[in-house]
Design a protein around this ligand. Structure first.
Ligand code: PDD
Length: 282
């Protein structure tokens, strides 16, 4: 079936949907988004994504234009219309169209609501090739917990990594890792998992939370603590987590091989737990 989009109440193919140039999402990157995996034609952990959407909208002072129930109805209709079984759902809310370009927020904004469904072959997990990563200086802004559509810094870092022959970058601020350009980062050392604590330096990933819950629920020790670049280099395993990748091993970082280059033992165990959790839920 063709990809489908919902824009302010209208269903149409995404390539036909149009936003006016005076939309603040276009002019200022003034908006929030979510990416949600769809398994078995059902949005995975949707309530968690809607809760984060609410928090992020509040952070930038946009009133959520819809209730969670209304979001859920549109998400379900989008999946049904797309006919996709495994896919991504993309939600975006911007502050909407204004009378003129002005940094000041409009008095009575009418937010723009976009929902899209698109194919997600990566979620079928046919082949897991561990990632090649490098570390880069995290020069993004100090509100990393807000899932804003202003993604140029992440784009610059991702493309810098690609230009240097890597797949992605693990970002470092003040000698400590924050996250990767579009995922959270875990390490394993002597059988203990660790990931940086929640703060305004990084996105509070839904998959990150799930990994911690699954690990702890199955007796695997997991810490939320600062990780220095030295501790990263000294890790037994490194992997990332996101709605796009679930969990995915890092095979090489800055030219050094991790987890035998094929994904380590703890990552494997967590991936099995994640796949089981997925199949029980959806
Ligand atoms: N990225 N950190 C950053 C900077 C991210 O952009 C993402 C998600 C994550 C992981 O969050 P979650 O587990 O909730 O997906 C961490 C999405 C998938 C994207 O931009 O495509």
């Amino acid at each position: 079936m063709p990809p489908i989009s919902y824009l302010n109440g209208t269903w149409q193919p995404p390539e036909e949907a149009r936003v006016p140039i005076l939309d603040r999402g276009f002019l200022f990157g003034d908006g929030i988004y979510e990416v949600i995996p769809v398994y078995n034609s059902q949005a995975f952990t949707l309530p968690r994504h809607l809760t984060r959407l609410n928090h992020c909208l509040k952070e930038i002072g946009i009133a959520n234009p819809m209730t969670d129930a209304a979001w859920e109805a549109i998400v379900n209709e989008a999946i049904a219309r797309s006919g996709e079984i495994t896919a991504f759902i993309y939600l975006q809310v911007t502050r909407g169209v204004v009378a003129k370009r002005d940094h000041q927020y409009p008095k009575n904004p009418a937010p723009t609501v976009l929902v899209m469904v698109y194919e997600a072959p990566i979620l079928e997990r046919r082949e897991i090739v561990p990632l090649k990563m490098i570390t880069l200086d995290d020069f993004r802004w100090a509100r990393g917990h807000i899932k804003t559509v202003s993604l140029i810094a992440a784009g610059m870092l991702k493309n810098e990594a690609l230009a240097r022959g890597a797949d992605d970058a693990i970002l470092v601020k003040d000698g400590r890792i924050t996250e990767a350009t579009s995922s959270n980062v875990f390490i394993a050392k002597k059988g203990v998992l660790a990931t940086p604590p929640k703060s305004n330096r990084l996105l509070h990933g839904i998959t990150r939370d799930l990994v911690l819950e699954l690990a702890r629920g199955h007796g695997l020790p997991a810490e939320e603590r600062e990780i220095t670049t030295e501790q990263l280099a000294d890790a037994d395993e490194i992997f990332i987590s996101s709605s796009g990748y679930e969990t995915w091993p890092v095979g090489v970082l800055n030219g050094q091989v991790f987890g035998s280059g094929e994904g380590g033992r703890l990552w494997r165990q967590l991936d099995r737990l994640f796949q089981r959790f997925k199949s029980e839920r959806n």
